[in-house]
Design a protein around this ligand. Sequence first.
Ligand code: NAP
Length: 291
Amino acid sequence: MGEKQINLGLIGWPLEHSLSPQIHQAALRELGLKGKYCLYAIENNGLREQAITDLLEHVANEKIQGLNVTLPYKQIVLSHMASLTPAAARIGAVNTIRLNKGLLQGENTDAAGFMNDLKELPVASKANTLILGAGGAARAVIFSLLEAGHLVTIAARDPQKAQAVANSFSCIAKVPIRVLPLESKALSAIKDDLDLLINATPLGMSPHKDTCAWPKILTMPKHACVYDLVYTPANTMLIQRAQLAGLPARSGLGMLVEQAALAFESWTKKTAPRSAMYQAAIDSIQKRNLR
Ligand code: NAP
C-alpha cells in the first residue's frame, strides 16, 4: 500500500505574503513525506462561517490532517473546537488545529514558539519585561512570559485595550501586570529598569521599514535584550537601534519557524527539521525581496 498523503494548510485573509507553505513544504520534503500545504484564503465576509465550517469538516473526516490559522480567524475558530489546549484557552486564540481522538482540538503554538526562540537571547529569570502592543501576538507572548515567571508591563496606543489584556491574565500573574500608554514620557520613566523589550506591533514591518514601535526621540533601554516579533525585514529599525546601543537583539523569524515546527510535530508526530524550515523561510524572504 502507498504512503498516505499528508494534507496541511492555512486559513486566513489575506494570505499572499505567508511564508508557511515554503516552511512546511521544506519540512515534508526533508523528511521524505508525501504531502502538501495549501493556502485557504477565506474572505472576511458573510460567507466566512460556512467556508470555515466546510473546511473544518475536512479535518474532522481526515481529508486534511492539520490546519494553521492566521488573522483574522484566530479567535473566530475557537467556537468550532471540541477542545482547546490550556495555552489556547488562556490566550483566547488558536493558530493550529488538529484531530484529537476524533475531535477538533485548537492549539496555540505561537506562545511556546516564542518562548523556545527567546532562549537564544541572554534573558535573566524573572526579567522585567515591556511588551509594545496588545493584540493577538502580544497575548501569546504575555501568556508564555507569565508562565515562565517573568514580570510584565504592556504599553499600547490604546491603554484601555492593554488593561483588558492585563485583566484577562491577572489570575496567572504572580505580580500584577502594569499598563502604560505607548508614549515616550511613560516609557522614559521605566526604560532603564528593563531586562527585556518586545515589539508585538506591526511597526517596522516591510514595506513600512522606517517605522519603529520604540519612540524615535527616546534612547534605547540601558541593558535590555530586544525581541522584535516582526521578521520582514529581519533587520528592523528597532533591531538596528538595539544593535547600535550594544543590546542583544533578535527578530521574529525564529519564532515563526518554531511555531511552525511545533504545529508540524503536533500533526505528524515527527521531529520537525528546523534547519531546513529556517532556510526555506530565509530563501523565501530573499526571493520576495522583503529584506
Ligand atoms: P494585531 O492583533 O492586529 O495587533 C497589533 C497590535 O499593534 C495592536 O495592539 C495594535 O493596536 C498595535 N498597533 C498597530 N499599529 C500600530 C501603530 N501604528 N502604533 C502603535 N500600535 C500599533 O496583530 P498581531 O497578530 O498581534 O501581530 C503583531 C505583529 O507581530 C505583526 O507584525 C505580525 O506579523 C507579528 N507576528 C509575528 C509572529 C512570529 O511568529 N514572529 C507571530 C505573530 C505575529 P490597536 O489594537 O490599537 O490597533
